[in-house]
Design a protein around this ligand. Structure first.
Ligand code: ADP
Ligand code: MG
Length: 483
């Protein structure tokens, strides 16, 4: 499956920081609400005042368990918090509380569909781990009387760092993985997924190698806060690394930043190794113990997962796997589909309409499906009128347009626009006879074996019927008349 770039294989692994949707911080009771005045949401623990002690937020642990269950991972019965030591102005403790040797979530996988040429292939990315940690504060460089400022509101915000194996082989795969992961965390509700606000931050580790060779040295691209930038940044980085190697240079492990203005990646710092952080177990926090009964309870309370729902769509509605995956992009889309399919009894048609016309219209107006002016019941009614032959597919698109623009209900729009299909054989036969009489050349050519000559007849017939003739019926009648 791997696509070579100038004879090189691309290798990508992801580290994603998902901000957990708790009300308070991971080790303190301060609020994590976004957008507050600087330093109004930093308590003594977050400011690292001497004598303060961290207390584990159970809600953060529960969200980590939910994530582990969603990706079929092992939830450690006993995991350890560690101090990751480094100095930075936005980290007053001088260390970040994280997990190192024994993370709470171990293994697991994320799989998704990918379009390669005309084919749809399934790709599975193995996860290495997901661990709980606290976020740091923020340095503000907007000049406070010639100085930088520190905002500690973000300090102690709960994060789940999700680390993959180096399993991705192209920027397309990487973006598809990130989108799938985003779907999972928002679906199960452990993260709001807001990339602009930094709730879902992806770092891409990128290297290239000759196929079959050992892994190349990676560079880590930091903070890719949109799927579009993610792809651009990786593509640029891959070309840059190949150019370096082709020019006889070796790649140095480094952390780089993507600049959306220039479309380039730029070295930020040489990469630290684990040893640089002098990790050791945090003596202020006991091991995190998760009983199996807790895991079972969380499991029993979790909503149906996207991949489970997709499997059910394949089973219950006889949908192709591809459709089922598309329709489980979000809970709202899935609910819209199920409501439509149940109301009209035509699941595949409902799927076609939702993935086609509905999503085209939503995209064009940058709307989410919750805001769609056409309800599932209306779409079902429209599909009903196609399958009972009242209107053609073409006419249905006009009715849909009318529904979207609030021109009324399905039958009223069909009536008002005069879109009813001509189902009266007598009337249609007369039109066909007229067209046949007026186009003797096409008739002859068709009879002589040129199947294409039929198009020259169908066109004028549809035109004469003002588009109201049923194409299937027209074909059947033509065949009958032409022998
Ligand atoms: P660190 O924590 O120092 O960044 P890790 O070993 O945890 O290092 O790896 C981080 C990420 O880098 C993982 O997602 C892993 O899959 C990926 N990775 C490791 N080696 C490579 C490589 N040679 N090329 C691309 N990605 C890699
Ligand atoms: Mg890392």
């Amino acid at each position: 499956m791997s696509k070579l770039v100038q004879g090189y294989e691309v290798v990508i692994g992801f580290e994603t920081h998902a901000q957990l949707s708790t009300k308070s911080k991971i080790f303190s009771r301060a609020s994590v609400a976004f957008g507050a005045e600087p330093n109004t949401q930093a308590c003594a623990v977050d400011m690292a005042l001497p004598g303060t002690l961290p207390v584990m937020n159970v809600g953060a642990v529960e969200r980590a368990i939910e994530f582990g269950l969603a990706i079929n991972a092992h939830i450690a019965e006993r995991s350890i918090f560690a101090r990751k030591n480094y100095f930075y102005p936005d980290l007053p403790k001088g260390y970040q509380i994280s997990q190192f040797e024994i993370p709470v979530v171990q293994g697991g996988e994320v799989s998704f569909f990918l379009e390669v040429g005309k084919e749809t292939v399934r790709k599975t990315v193995r996860l290495e781990r997901a661990h709980l940690e606290e976020d740091a504060g923020k340095s503000l460089h907007e000049d406070f009387i010639g100085q930088s400022g520190i905002d500690l509101n973000r300090a102690g915000t709960p994060l789940l760092e999700i680390v993959t194996q180096p399993d991705m082989r192209s920027s397309e795969e990487a973006v598809a993985y990130a989108k799938e992961l985003h779907k999972i965390v928002t679906w199960i509700g452990i993260c709001d997924g807001n990339m602009q606000e930094g709730s879902f931050r992806c770092d891409a580790n990128v290297s290239v190698r000759k196929p079959g060779g050992p892994l190349g040295t990676r560079r880590e691209i930091k903070n890719l806060n949109s799927f579009k930038f993610m792809q651009q940044a990786i593509d640029y980085e891959v070309r840059w690394q190949i150019d370096q190697i082709e020019d006889g240079h070796t790649i140095q492990q480094a952390t780089v930043l993507f600049d959306p203005d220039t479309g380039e990646t730029r070295a930020m710092r040489t990469k630290e190794d684990a040893a640089d952080y002098r990790y050791f177990p945090d003596p202020d926090l006991p091991p995190l113990v998760i009983g199996r009964d807790w895991v079972e309870r969380v499991k029993s309370e979790m909503a149906e997962l996207p991949r489970v729902m997709a499997e059910r769509f394949v089973r219950d509605y006889a949908l192709p796997e591809y459709d089922a995956t598309q329709l489980t992009q979000s809970k709202a889309v899935a609910a819209y589909f199920e409501a439509t399919a149940k109301a009209c009894g035509q699941a595949k048609l409902a799927s076609n309409w939702i993935m086609g016309e509905v999503s085209r219209r939503l995209n064009a107006s940058e709307m989410a499906i919750e805001q769609a002016p056409v309800s599932a019941a209306q779409l079902a009614a429209l599909i009903g009128r196609i399958s009972d032959n009242t209107i053609s597919n073409n006419a249905a698109r006009q009715v849909f347009e009318g529904l979207w623009n609030g021109e009324g209900e399905v039958d009223a729009i069909i009536e008002a626009k005069g879109l009813k299909q001509m189902n009266d054989t007598g009337e249609l036969e007369k039109i066909i006879d007229d067209v046949l009489a007026a186009n003797p050349k096409n008739v002859e050519e068709f009879k002589a074996g040129n199947a294409k000559a039929l198009n020259g007849l169908v066109g004028p017939i549809m035109k004469a019927s003002k588009g109201k003739a049923n194409p299937g019926q027209v074909n059947a009648l033509l065949m009958q008349k032409l022998g």
